[in-house]
Design a protein around this ligand. Structure first.
Ligand code: CMC
Length: 432
């Protein structure tokens, strides 16, 4: 189950041959190990956006982007969705194996115990301007946790690390719900010990003293599914941020806060909000082809949001699950959303258009999930927050894997293209 050095690649430079090992992962992916390159040649490699760079070994998630395969710890995403319990997926990601009954109970107990935020942190919510984006509030609040809770470091006992990991996975949902309640001017709702992870979140979001929330099992099931499909995605932008920041041995909360900030961008997790904004625009305008045309124009910054992916060159398996859930759930709750019809029309038009076909641009996870969240009553500015709550186990798993291995400080090189050495005195003379 470990990587093996199977072959080698030879690089010829300046009349010298340098032999570099080729490592092979468990699914047969191969990588040229260049870790000795600079020492032996003085050369560095240049790879903007790390399009061709594996930044680490990892045992957590496997993606085959050509065939639309996604597995957490070896289990296909479709099977985990079928099992349907987000906290079991979280446990699996963080610990490497699914929990047995007693581990499940213990993990639930721990999440429950850690779900309250420090009372003094509540006042922080009052200091954000009304209308602040909840992603900004969330990353700030997670960062602030370092001041309230004892941090773990590389030498901490496993128990303490477990506790800190559970705390951050649990509290993120309390903070998210509190931020929402604050944004709509309603009193906050505390977590309840008798509710499951997802039911608790829905209750904190939607319960109110004048309108008690009825927890619907179909909504809880759906939230579990949505959280599972978002739970990890190997070395994406936010996870790479977590690993990068974490490699400097900063505290866990600052590390996760960096992940949340990275996720908020519209090219990453922020795309789910942008998709809904785009579908609304198309709905108002009525002309799907006009937007497709705009997305294809070279000098137009408009992109078809929820389409395309760095790794998937076929249908994103998460998008396939979200699309199926979307059709079923909306039917089940008898909710008609005109945006679903628009989404279907956009998808159909794009998948028969040579621009999108030639570039292998398919719907990604964000294309249908916003419609599902809307059907659950989640407001638009909370969509990326939902992604963040779900991604917590993934970030924590990568952070744990990183601190448990001999990771070096992440510190890329560059190819400098600025001014050559020049001198102040001469230049001052010239401008005077
Ligand atoms: N609409 C129109 N054209 C696109 C799109 C799109 N959504 N995505 C890529 N392209 C074009 C791009 O213009 C380029 O064309 P050309 O070869 O003519 O220059 C080609 O396809 C390759 O694109 P790229 O930007 O080099 O590809 P990338 O791997 O760097 O970008 C991406 C991946 C996700 C940033 C990009 O597809 C995109 O911006 N999509 C829209 C935003 C989005 O939905 N993001 C969510 C990603 S999934 C959730 C997550 O994991 O974060």
């Amino acid at each position: 189950m470990s990587n093996t050095v199977s072959e080698s690649a030879t690089l010829e430079y300046n009349g010298k041959k340098i032999v570099l090992p080729v490592v092979t992962g468990t699914e047969g992916e191969q990588a040229i190990d260049i870790s000795s390159l600079r020492k032996s040649t003085g050369l560095v490699t240049l790879d903007p956006g790390f399009v061709n760079t594996a930044s680490c070994y990892s045992k957590i998630t496997y993606i085959d982007g050509e065939n639309g395969v996604l597995r957490y710890r070896g289990y296909p995403i479709e099977e985990l969705v079928e099992h349907g319990i987000f906290i079991d997926t979280a446990y699996l990601l963080v610990n490497g194996e699914l929990p047995n009954d007693s581990q499940h109970r213990e993990f639930s107990r721990l999440l429950n115990e850690c779900s309250l935020i420090h009372e003094d942190m509540r006042h922080f919510f009052d200091s954000f301007p009304r209308g602040s984006h909840p992603m900004h509030i969330l990353s700030t609040m997670i960062n602030a946790m370092a001041a309230f809770y004892p941090d773990v470091d590389l030498k901490s006992l496993d128990e303490d690390i477990n506790q800190s990991c559970a705390r951050v996975i649990s509290i993120v949902r309390t903070l998210a719900a509190f931020a929402y309640k604050r944004s709509i001017g309603e009193p906050i709702v505390y977590p309840r010990h008798d509710l499951s992870y997802c039911a608790n979140f829905l209750n904190m979001m939607f319960d109110s003293p004048v309108r008690p929330y009825q927890i619907r099992p179909e909504a809880v099931r759906l939230l579990n599914v949505l959280f599972i499909i978002h739970a990890d995605h190997e070395q994406n932008c936010s996870t790479s941020a977590v690993r990068t920041i974490g490699s400097a041995q900063v505290n866990l909360y600052a590390t996760i806060s960096a992940g949340i900030s990275a996720l908020s961008g519209p090219l990453h997790g922020g795309a789910n909000q942008s998709v809904i904004e785009m579908l609304k625009m198309i709905h108002e305008d009525g002309d799907v082809n006009k937007f497709l045309k705009m997305a294809k124009e070279k000098d137009n910054p408009f992109r078809l949001m929820g389409f395309g992916h760095r790794v998937y060159k076929t249908y994103d398996p998460r998008a396939a699950i979200a699309k199926r859930e979307c059709e079923n759930y909306l039917k089940l709750i008898k909710y008609q959303d005109p945006l679903l019809d628009i989404a279907h029309r956009v998808e159909e038009a794009a998948l028969t258009d040579s621009y999108f076909v030639d570039r292998h641009l398919y719907p990604n996870v964000d294309f249908y999930t916003g419609i599902l969240y809307r059907a659950m009553g989640i407001p638009e500015n909370m969509l990326t927050v939902m992604f963040a709550i779900a991604r917590l186990p993934g970030w924590v798993a990568h952070w744990r894997e990183m601190i448990g291995s001999s990771t070096k400080l992440v510190r890329p090189r560059q190819v400098y293209t600025g001014q050559e050495c020049r001198h102040l005195e001469e230049d001052y003379r010239k401008v005077k």
